[in-house]
Design a protein around this ligand. Structure first.
Ligand code: ATP
Length: 242
Protein backbone atom coordinates (compact mmCIF):
# COMPACT_ATOMS: atom_id res chain seq x y z
CA UNK A 1 0.00 0.00 0.00
CA UNK A 2 1.22 3.53 -0.73
CA UNK A 3 1.96 5.73 2.23
CA UNK A 4 0.39 8.76 0.55
CA UNK A 5 -2.33 8.58 -2.10
CA UNK A 6 -3.83 11.61 -3.80
CA UNK A 7 -6.89 10.88 -5.91
CA UNK A 8 -8.61 13.26 -8.27
CA UNK A 9 -7.73 16.18 -6.03
CA UNK A 10 -8.88 19.67 -6.83
CA UNK A 11 -8.30 22.97 -5.04
CA UNK A 12 -9.36 26.52 -5.76
CA UNK A 13 -8.50 30.09 -4.95
CA UNK A 14 -11.92 31.65 -5.20
CA UNK A 15 -13.12 30.93 -8.71
CA UNK A 16 -9.65 29.99 -9.92
CA UNK A 17 -9.12 26.25 -10.21
CA UNK A 18 -5.48 25.93 -9.09
CA UNK A 19 -5.38 22.11 -8.87
CA UNK A 20 -7.57 19.96 -11.13
CA UNK A 21 -8.02 16.21 -10.85
CA UNK A 22 -4.52 15.46 -9.58
CA UNK A 23 -3.74 11.85 -8.69
CA UNK A 24 -0.49 10.23 -7.59
CA UNK A 25 0.82 7.87 -4.98
CA UNK A 26 4.06 7.85 -3.02
CA UNK A 27 5.50 4.86 -1.23
CA UNK A 28 7.69 4.93 1.87
CA UNK A 29 11.12 6.35 1.08
CA UNK A 30 10.11 7.57 -2.36
CA UNK A 31 11.30 11.01 -3.53
CA UNK A 32 8.81 12.65 -5.88
CA UNK A 33 9.82 15.91 -7.54
CA UNK A 34 7.01 18.20 -8.68
CA UNK A 35 8.07 20.50 -11.46
CA UNK A 36 6.14 23.02 -13.53
CA UNK A 37 6.04 26.67 -14.46
CA UNK A 38 5.06 29.47 -12.09
CA UNK A 39 1.38 29.25 -11.34
CA UNK A 40 1.07 25.57 -12.34
CA UNK A 41 -0.43 24.74 -8.95
CA UNK A 42 2.49 23.08 -7.18
CA UNK A 43 2.35 25.17 -4.01
CA UNK A 44 -1.41 24.85 -3.77
CA UNK A 45 -1.09 21.07 -4.16
CA UNK A 46 1.48 20.79 -1.35
CA UNK A 47 -0.53 23.08 0.91
CA UNK A 48 -3.68 21.04 0.28
CA UNK A 49 -1.89 17.81 1.20
CA UNK A 50 -0.59 19.48 4.37
CA UNK A 51 -4.08 20.68 5.29
CA UNK A 52 -3.16 24.37 5.01
CA UNK A 53 -5.51 24.80 2.05
CA UNK A 54 -8.96 23.26 1.76
CA UNK A 55 -9.53 20.69 -0.99
CA UNK A 56 -12.44 21.42 -3.30
CA UNK A 57 -12.79 17.76 -4.27
CA UNK A 58 -11.04 14.40 -4.38
CA UNK A 59 -9.29 12.48 -1.68
CA UNK A 60 -5.97 12.40 0.14
CA UNK A 61 -5.19 9.27 2.08
CA UNK A 62 -2.37 8.44 4.40
CA UNK A 63 -1.71 4.74 5.07
CA UNK A 64 -5.05 4.04 3.41
CA UNK A 65 -7.10 6.34 5.66
CA UNK A 66 -8.90 9.30 4.11
CA UNK A 67 -7.68 12.55 5.69
CA UNK A 68 -10.96 14.28 4.85
CA UNK A 69 -11.04 17.76 6.35
CA UNK A 70 -8.42 17.01 9.00
CA UNK A 71 -6.66 20.19 10.17
CA UNK A 72 -3.00 20.83 9.43
CA UNK A 73 -1.74 20.34 13.00
CA UNK A 74 -3.42 16.93 13.19
CA UNK A 75 -1.77 15.95 9.91
CA UNK A 76 1.57 16.93 11.44
CA UNK A 77 0.84 14.59 14.34
CA UNK A 78 0.12 11.80 11.84
CA UNK A 79 3.46 12.42 10.12
CA UNK A 80 2.88 14.93 7.31
CA UNK A 81 5.09 18.04 7.51
CA UNK A 82 5.35 20.98 5.12
CA UNK A 83 8.37 23.22 4.63
CA UNK A 84 6.46 26.15 3.13
CA UNK A 85 7.53 28.47 0.37
CA UNK A 86 9.16 31.50 2.02
CA UNK A 87 10.01 29.38 5.09
CA UNK A 88 7.67 31.19 7.51
CA UNK A 89 9.89 30.95 10.57
CA UNK A 90 9.23 32.88 13.76
CA UNK A 91 11.77 35.61 13.03
CA UNK A 92 11.95 36.99 16.55
CA UNK A 93 12.59 33.55 18.03
CA UNK A 94 15.92 31.74 18.05
CA UNK A 95 16.74 28.73 15.91
CA UNK A 96 16.51 26.53 18.99
CA UNK A 97 13.10 27.93 19.92
CA UNK A 98 11.77 27.39 16.39
CA UNK A 99 12.96 23.78 16.51
CA UNK A 100 11.54 23.16 19.98
CA UNK A 101 8.12 24.59 19.19
CA UNK A 102 7.83 22.23 16.24
CA UNK A 103 9.05 19.25 18.25
CA UNK A 104 6.35 19.83 20.85
CA UNK A 105 3.57 19.31 18.29
CA UNK A 106 5.00 16.38 16.39
CA UNK A 107 5.59 12.67 16.65
CA UNK A 108 8.37 11.10 18.65
CA UNK A 109 11.20 9.51 16.72
CA UNK A 110 14.73 9.75 15.50
CA UNK A 111 14.72 13.51 14.92
CA UNK A 112 15.68 15.59 17.94
CA UNK A 113 17.65 18.83 18.19
CA UNK A 114 20.85 16.76 18.31
CA UNK A 115 20.12 14.69 15.21
CA UNK A 116 18.86 17.74 13.29
CA UNK A 117 22.18 19.47 14.13
CA UNK A 118 24.07 16.38 12.96
CA UNK A 119 22.32 16.60 9.59
CA UNK A 120 22.38 20.41 9.37
CA UNK A 121 25.78 21.14 10.91
CA UNK A 122 25.66 24.78 9.81
CA UNK A 123 22.99 25.37 12.47
CA UNK A 124 25.24 24.29 15.36
CA UNK A 125 26.78 27.72 16.02
CA UNK A 126 23.46 29.47 15.34
CA UNK A 127 21.16 27.89 17.92
CA UNK A 128 20.86 31.07 19.99
CA UNK A 129 20.53 33.41 17.03
CA UNK A 130 17.18 34.94 16.10
CA UNK A 131 15.91 33.52 12.81
CA UNK A 132 15.23 36.98 11.46
CA UNK A 133 18.97 37.70 11.53
CA UNK A 134 19.99 34.61 9.54
CA UNK A 135 20.95 34.32 5.88
CA UNK A 136 18.53 32.69 3.45
CA UNK A 137 20.41 29.38 3.51
CA UNK A 138 20.55 29.33 7.29
CA UNK A 139 16.83 30.07 7.46
CA UNK A 140 16.07 27.31 4.98
CA UNK A 141 18.10 24.83 7.00
CA UNK A 142 16.15 25.89 10.09
CA UNK A 143 12.85 25.50 8.26
CA UNK A 144 13.72 21.96 7.17
CA UNK A 145 15.04 21.19 10.65
CA UNK A 146 11.80 22.47 12.11
CA UNK A 147 9.80 20.10 9.90
CA UNK A 148 12.08 17.19 10.80
CA UNK A 149 11.53 17.88 14.50
CA UNK A 150 7.96 16.63 14.00
CA UNK A 151 9.39 13.29 12.79
CA UNK A 152 7.50 13.27 9.52
CA UNK A 153 6.90 10.20 7.43
CA UNK A 154 6.00 12.47 4.52
CA UNK A 155 8.05 15.64 4.09
CA UNK A 156 6.65 18.24 1.70
CA UNK A 157 9.33 20.70 0.52
CA UNK A 158 8.29 23.81 -1.37
CA UNK A 159 11.12 25.37 -3.39
CA UNK A 160 13.84 25.04 -0.81
CA UNK A 161 16.38 26.61 -3.18
CA UNK A 162 14.34 29.72 -3.94
CA UNK A 163 16.40 32.90 -3.51
CA UNK A 164 19.49 31.08 -2.19
CA UNK A 165 23.05 31.40 -3.47
CA UNK A 166 24.41 28.35 -5.35
CA UNK A 167 26.62 27.54 -2.36
CA UNK A 168 23.67 27.70 0.05
CA UNK A 169 21.58 25.50 -2.27
CA UNK A 170 24.35 22.89 -2.32
CA UNK A 171 24.65 22.95 1.48
CA UNK A 172 20.91 22.53 1.96
CA UNK A 173 20.72 19.68 -0.55
CA UNK A 174 23.77 17.94 0.96
CA UNK A 175 21.97 17.97 4.30
CA UNK A 176 18.80 16.69 2.68
CA UNK A 177 20.80 13.76 1.33
CA UNK A 178 21.45 12.65 4.89
CA UNK A 179 17.68 12.68 5.50
CA UNK A 180 17.11 10.71 2.30
CA UNK A 181 19.85 8.25 3.21
CA UNK A 182 17.79 7.10 6.20
CA UNK A 183 15.48 5.60 3.57
CA UNK A 184 12.17 5.82 5.41
CA UNK A 185 11.04 9.41 4.77
CA UNK A 186 8.82 9.99 1.77
CA UNK A 187 9.59 13.35 0.18
CA UNK A 188 7.47 15.38 -2.22
CA UNK A 189 9.47 18.37 -3.34
CA UNK A 190 8.78 21.31 -5.59
CA UNK A 191 11.98 22.28 -7.37
CA UNK A 192 12.48 24.77 -10.19
CA UNK A 193 15.94 23.47 -11.03
CA UNK A 194 15.18 20.53 -13.30
CA UNK A 195 18.69 19.04 -13.17
CA UNK A 196 18.61 19.03 -9.41
CA UNK A 197 15.11 17.56 -9.36
CA UNK A 198 16.21 14.75 -11.68
CA UNK A 199 19.29 14.04 -9.56
CA UNK A 200 17.50 13.79 -6.25
CA UNK A 201 14.13 12.28 -7.21
CA UNK A 202 13.09 8.70 -7.79
CA UNK A 203 9.99 9.97 -9.64
CA UNK A 204 9.09 13.21 -11.34
CA UNK A 205 5.64 14.70 -11.96
CA UNK A 206 5.22 17.74 -14.15
CA UNK A 207 2.28 20.08 -13.57
CA UNK A 208 0.71 22.39 -16.11
CA UNK A 209 -2.30 24.56 -15.36
CA UNK A 210 -3.32 22.58 -12.29
CA UNK A 211 -2.91 19.10 -13.78
CA UNK A 212 -0.19 16.49 -13.79
CA UNK A 213 0.66 16.20 -17.49
CA UNK A 214 3.64 13.88 -17.25
CA UNK A 215 4.75 11.47 -14.55
CA UNK A 216 7.37 8.78 -14.45
CA UNK A 217 10.53 7.39 -12.94
CA UNK A 218 13.31 9.98 -12.97
CA UNK A 219 15.55 7.46 -14.70
CA UNK A 220 13.05 7.03 -17.55
CA UNK A 221 12.43 10.71 -18.28
CA UNK A 222 14.64 12.93 -20.38
CA UNK A 223 15.10 16.65 -19.80
CA UNK A 224 13.61 17.25 -23.23
CA UNK A 225 10.43 15.33 -22.45
CA UNK A 226 9.96 17.12 -19.15
CA UNK A 227 10.64 20.51 -20.72
CA UNK A 228 7.99 19.87 -23.36
CA UNK A 229 5.47 18.91 -20.70
CA UNK A 230 6.50 21.93 -18.63
CA UNK A 231 5.60 24.27 -21.45
CA UNK A 232 2.71 22.15 -22.77
CA UNK A 233 4.36 21.82 -26.15
CA UNK A 234 3.14 18.46 -27.36
CA UNK A 235 -0.26 16.99 -27.93
CA UNK A 236 -1.38 13.41 -27.38
CA UNK A 237 1.75 11.89 -25.90
CA UNK A 238 1.65 10.06 -22.57
CA UNK A 239 -1.30 12.03 -21.29
CA UNK A 240 0.18 15.41 -22.10
CA UNK A 241 -2.03 18.31 -22.96
CA UNK A 242 -1.28 20.90 -25.56
P1 ATP B 1 4.94 29.25 -8.12
O1 ATP B 1 6.08 28.49 -8.66
O2 ATP B 1 4.84 30.64 -8.69
O3 ATP B 1 4.82 29.22 -6.63
P2 ATP B 1 2.92 27.19 -8.30
O4 ATP B 1 3.07 26.16 -9.36
O5 ATP B 1 3.35 26.82 -6.95
O6 ATP B 1 3.64 28.53 -8.74
P3 ATP B 1 0.47 28.10 -7.14
O7 ATP B 1 1.21 29.08 -6.29
O8 ATP B 1 -0.12 26.93 -6.49
O9 ATP B 1 1.41 27.61 -8.32
O10 ATP B 1 -0.63 28.89 -7.95
C1 ATP B 1 -1.60 28.25 -8.75
C2 ATP B 1 -2.59 29.27 -9.24
O11 ATP B 1 -3.32 29.78 -8.13
C3 ATP B 1 -1.95 30.49 -9.92
O12 ATP B 1 -2.79 30.89 -10.98
C4 ATP B 1 -1.91 31.52 -8.83
O13 ATP B 1 -1.96 32.82 -9.38
C5 ATP B 1 -3.17 31.20 -8.04
N1 ATP B 1 -3.02 31.53 -6.63
C6 ATP B 1 -2.08 31.06 -5.79
N2 ATP B 1 -2.25 31.54 -4.55
C7 ATP B 1 -3.36 32.34 -4.60
C8 ATP B 1 -4.05 33.12 -3.64
N3 ATP B 1 -3.67 33.17 -2.38
N4 ATP B 1 -5.14 33.81 -4.07
C9 ATP B 1 -5.54 33.77 -5.35
N5 ATP B 1 -4.93 33.03 -6.31
C10 ATP B 1 -3.85 32.33 -5.94
Amino acid sequence: MSLLAVENLSARHGLLQAVSGVSFTAAEGEILALVGANGAGKTTLLRTIAGSHRAAGGRISFEGADLGTMRAHRRVQLGIALVPEGRRLFGAMTVEENLKVAGANGRRGRWTIETVLDAFALLKPLLRRRCGELSGGQQQATAIGRALMTNPRVLLLDEVSLGLSPVAVRTVYDSLQTVIAQGDTTIVLVEQDLSRALRIATRVACMLEGRIVLEGKAADLTRERITEAYFGLRRGEGGMRA
